[in-house]
Write a protein that binds this ligand. Structure first.
Ligand code: BV8
Length: 240
């Protein structure tokens, strides 16, 4: 099979073994709130302090965890794969980049970034944000929000993602429940253009039916194993 162009999609399951909570597991609630109830523009308008507390707590937690074997294996593939490769993550943690991945898109934004609603600038943000944060660009206080894509907001870099999906020969989904769109629909685009589709997840997902192959287990075991396999069979020299 002429496998040159790979697109991978990751979700919270790839960071679970680093110690970051997933959304829809038993620990999927945050202080009794469903993610869908705090990750929305309406929630932010209604109670900005609550939404900032949700993200400040996760940003703080992120500072205490490390990438796991799955992140490191994906970074190795990024470095060694001679064909096209794009890692699309739904995760807002920075574990993929800390592991070394560079061909990476955060379609749902990033915990360690802020966005000023006055001047529209985006910028790195490491510590707590809270409702009194000052924009490093225009100095306005209290109009800085997390640079996170909430429900009913448009995910980032969709054109780039869709272009990669249309070109791919292999689509791999890792650690995602297939509950959130448009990410959950990527496998259908890949299959439509004739790509192979592989799912690696702790349990079958809502999208499992669309995959040629599903490997069930922990990402820290399945992903390094799969990367070994892929690098052992480099892409065919055939045309694009
Ligand atoms: C948009 C940032 C339009 C926040 C997130 C009705 C039907 C269909 C769709 C909709 C609908 N109503 C509304 C919609 C659209 C909506 C949507 O899909 N809603 C769902 C809930 C029905 N989508 C949107 O609103 C999107 N935007 O559609 O915009 C638009 C168009 C034009 C112009 C303007 C707007 C935006 C969605 C993005 C929302 N933001 N995140 C934050 O992170 O705080 S979504 C959130 O869920 C996270 O990003 C998360 O990544 C994502 C998906 O969750 P998963 O990553 O899959 O995590 P989950 O816990 O669910 O699953 C983990 C999996 O890992 C499990 O399967 C588990 O088994 C597995 N696992 C666990 N441990 C391991 C493991 N696997 C391997 N190893 C392990 N160790």
């Amino acid at each position: 099979m002429d496998m040159r162009n790979i697109v991978m999609l990751t979700g919270a399951g790839v960071s679970a073994e680093s110690g970051l909570a997933t959304f829809r597991g038993p620990d999927g609630l945050w202080e009794g709130h469903r993610v869908e109830d705090v990750a929305t523009p309406e929630a932010f308008a209604r109670d900005p302090a609550l939404v900032h507390a949700f993200y400040d707590a996760r940003r703080e937690k992120l500072g205490t965890v490390e990438p796991n074997a799955a992140h490191l294996a994906l970074a190795r593939l990024d470095a060694e794969w001679p064909g096209e490769l794009l890692l699309v993550t739904q995760n807002v943690d920075d574990l993929h980049e800390r592991a070394g991945s560079t061909r990476l898109v955060h379609m749902h934004g990033e915990l360690k970034k802020g966005w000023c609603l006055r001047c529209n600038e985006r910028f790195p943000w490491a510590g707590p944000m809270g409702t009194g944060a000052e924009c490093p660009s225009c100095g306005t206080v209290g109009l800085v929000r997390p640079d996170i894509v909430w429900f009913d907001e448009m995910p980032y870099e969709m054109e780039r993602i869709e272009d990669a999906l249309r070109r791919c020969d292999l689509f791999v989904s890792i650690g995602t429940s297939g509950a959130v769109y448009p990410a959950a629909g990527f496998v259908q685009t890949a299959r439509y253009v004739g790509a192979e589709a592989l799912e690696m997840n702790l349990e079958p997902s809502l999208a499992s039916v669309f995959f040629n192959q599903s490997r069930v287990g922990r990402a820290s075991e399945l992903v390094p194993q799969w990367v070994e396999e892929v690098l052992a069979s480099p892409p065919c020299k055939g045309g694009d």
